[in-house]
Design a binder for this molecule. Sequence first.
Ligand code: SF4
Length: 104
Amino acid sequence: MRPEEEDRLLGKIAHLLESGLKTQVEPFPETHIEFAKILDELRALPQEDLRAKLVIGGFTNTPYGPDQMRCLECMYYLVHRKWCDLPELAVPVEPDWWCRLWRI
Ligand code: SF4
């Protein structure tokens, strides 16, 4: 994806989240099995269904929880590209966003 396409997609995601899209932030996957189950759900989605990806991923456009978890500290976050490198997501994200697939 070219940088301008990534910027456009980032804006689209930001708009969906700002518009109050309700996403499944809970339950947070505590085990590998629960984590894998969410990945399975994501893989089953049509490639173009961005909204469902955000819902199932449990995206927020703010840090989350008492520890204020956010993409910036997640192992999947590519800082210089502002990109989520988890293959099942593979979307541009802001450093202060979060999703329930967050891992360190
Ligand atoms: S897995 Fe979630 S928390 Fe981690 S970088 Fe991707 S969107 Fe952000």
